[in-house]
Design a protein around this ligand. Sequence first.
Ligand SMILES: [Zn+2]
Length: 142
Amino acid sequence: MQCEKCHSDNTQRLQVVYEGGTQNISATSRTTGIGIGGGGLGVGAASTQTTGISRSTLAYRAAPPAKQRYVFALFLGFLAWLLWVYTSAFSKWFLLSSAVIALCGYWAYRVYTFNNKVWPELMAYWENEWLCLKCGHIYHHE
Ligand SMILES: [Zn+2]
C-alpha cells in the first residue's frame, strides 16, 4: 500500500497502529524496609499493583470512532422522573419535568440511531484508513 502523498511503502492500517500502540500494563513494585524499633528488628514489605492501559500519542490519533453513551440521558431522565413523581399534577415543576423526560427520550433515541446506523459506517470507514509511517499522512483506501 503506497502513501498517496509521499508514495512511501511504509504504511499501516490505523487498526494495526492503534492496537500496536495500546498496551496493557500490569506491574508490581515492591518496597522493602528494615527498621530498628524499641527492642527489636523489624522487616516490612509492601507491594503496589499498577494496572491500566498505556496508549501512545500515535495510537490516540489512530483511535476508532467512539460509540455514544446512554448514561447521561438516563441519569438526567431519572432525575426528571423523580421530580415528576413527587410534584403535584400540572404544577410548574410537573410540566418542566415532563418536558425533560420527553427530551431525554429523544436524546436516548438519537444515541440509539447513532450507535446502530452511523457508527457502523464510521467504523467500516476507519477500518480502511491507513497511516503513512514516513510522513504521518492519514488516508482512505478500500
Ligand atoms: Zn506518506
